[in-house]
Design a protein around this ligand. Sequence first.
Ligand SMILES: *Cc1c(COP(=O)(O)O)cnc(C)c1O
Length: 407
Amino acid sequence: MKQANELDKFDHFTGFRDRFEIPDRIIYLDGNSLGLLPRTVSARIRNVTEQEWGEGLIRSWNQAGWMNLPMKVGDKLAPLVGVGPGQIAVGDSTSVNLFKALSAALSLRPDRRVIMIEDDNFPTDTYIAEGLANLADYELRRASPEVLAKMDIGQDVAVLLLSHVHYRSAEIRDMHAINAAAHGAGALVLWDLSHSTGALPVDLAGTGCDLAVGCTYKYLNGGPGAPAFIWVNPDLVDRASQPLSGWMGHASPFAFSDSYAPSAGIRRFMSGTPQVLNLSALDEALNLWADVDMTLLRRKSMKMTEFFIEGVERNCAGFGLQLASPRDPAIRGSHVVFDHPKGYEIVQALIARGIIGDFRAPQTMRFGFAPLYLSFVEVAASIETLKDILEHRIYEQPEFAIRNTVT
Ligand SMILES: *Cc1c(COP(=O)(O)O)cnc(C)c1O
């Protein structure tokens, strides 16, 4: 605890804690799944509903800037992923954007029929790739970790879909090396940034990326179901097409012309009407990031995951926990997973004590360390509680075995 106090003294981000609603007696180790509520968001939503919607009504599409929200929010995100303004569109879910981006990649490689995916990716990534392969008769090729390590990409692969930070292990992939290998084989790479945006610096342009999508309700604190983002390299975007060719992606939506003509740039990836309430919450939440130095944020994140791993391994030795994240902080994102046969029950027992982490079947306990608002003292307290739960087998109480829908 003394060491934790020392580390908190040198924390560059202590000022950020007050910018979030943090419930009493909760230690929140799940900011990688649903970020905390930034304090200014509630007032913004109230204003959007009561003033912009309630009073302004349809005039607000122009007067309150509703129409441009997908691009405005994209511009706030752009520096977090290393791209310029006007290159990101925000809307729909990550799942839907995966569908659009995969389709776009396939449209750029019309002579190739293979979509390559990693084994054990986040389920929706795999399911969307399966759906698209079935719909349009593409071959889905699953790459084992060994194949990925060797970067053994066939000359028939159109696109490789990968998570930048793996949702379970937190392993960080080397974007630059993987892009180069894929390009060497003539393939494109689609990166899912859901677990990296807002957790570590991302440099899409500098590492030669082709396409990326990502989620905004995790480290970006956009709120439950917040809209996702999509980016396509400006050198490719005007040649890329996607099949959800709704009117908002049209070159001139309000010309009401009788057939589709895509907008220039990333706007062609928009489909329907912007989700104004969600986008407004996200727009507000993203204001925090103007004051964040991502290098310092990454430094804190690495120190914090290190502190947690060391503390758990020292205090909870002999209770059967197995680290399932990389030990090397350089290739570890901002969450840490431990496997345990009673992982579900242990997580439930922790939640009952106000320490909120999550569980990923079959036996992975996942703890997220959102560097903007967590303190080292909280992490130390979490380790103490975990030790107590294991030592006294508190997780064996029957109420902790009841399975909820969301784990
Ligand atoms: C969280 C997450 C998603 C979320 O997809 P939704 O369509 O928003 O449900 C997708 N991919 C990855 C890798 C994720 O971590």
